[in-house]
Design a protein around this ligand. Sequence first.
Ligand SMILES: *C/C=C(C)/C=C/C=C(C)/C=C/C1=C(C)CCCC1(C)C
Length: 284
Amino acid sequence: MPEQLTNGQYHTVYNLLSLVIAAQLFTSIYLLVVQPRVLPRYRQALVVAAIVCGIAAYHYFRIFDSFRGAFVTDAVGGQGTYTQAAGSAFNEGYRYVDWLLTVPLLLVELVVVLALAKKLQTSLLVRLIPASALMIALGYPGEISGDNLTRNVFGLLSTIPFLYILYVLFVELTRSLDRQPPAVRQTVSRLRILLFATWGVYPIAYLLPLLGLDGADAWVGKQAGYSIADILAKALYGLLIYRIARLKSFADDPAFAEVEGGHDQAVSHEHLDEGQPKAAKVGR
Ligand SMILES: *C/C=C(C)/C=C/C=C(C)/C=C/C1=C(C)CCCC1(C)C
């Protein structure tokens, strides 16, 4: 944690943390509200997605508090520089506790929404969940260390389970998707690419303090990287899970697709039509 932040650096972090709270909180609520718009067999995935965003929103409240307590300014009206407050430090631990809970759950979302055979589902989860927990646990000692060697060593160790997760998702899962319809295979690849692209941001942000940037710049870059990646990897990802659940619901049950699809197209006419709105028939 840097001793001093410029006014711009302080407010960049402040505003990003605030944005993450809004994104996680309302995505979580949205994912709960849209439950009736997918078949019951896919609702578990949406519940997990909502819980992930809810857990993240909670931790961002804590992170936000910790950040506000960690810096003081004597300038009036929020101008001027911010210096480290005596006796309180920004606690990066909240992020790691958050990831320890949410990262395994993000993998659960993915596996559950695919509605694969039970045996395959279990076999994927018993490998992905421990690997993801290990990845986060190994990253933490490096994250809180001020020493570059320690940061490197734990970063490298944490990369091993990270690569293993990618191997399971990109090689093993692909093999077992052979029997799935093309549309499902395509959605899975899209989701995997989003997962890969957003998860890849974390090790890069982790490396920033090692790249010889000025201490405060590196720290702000790291906070920004983690915050934006959290929006994409949890909220946007959750919305994609919802989209997959909805498409699979339509494919599984033509009657449901009829009601829901019809509702979608009728939305703009609904207020013009007298009589029973179509939406009333949707709840099931
Ligand atoms: C919602 C939070 C997510 C998806 C967090 C993902 C975190 C990672 C993929 C972290 C990976 C790391 C490495 C691969 C090496 C350096 C240490 C970590 C923990 C930043």
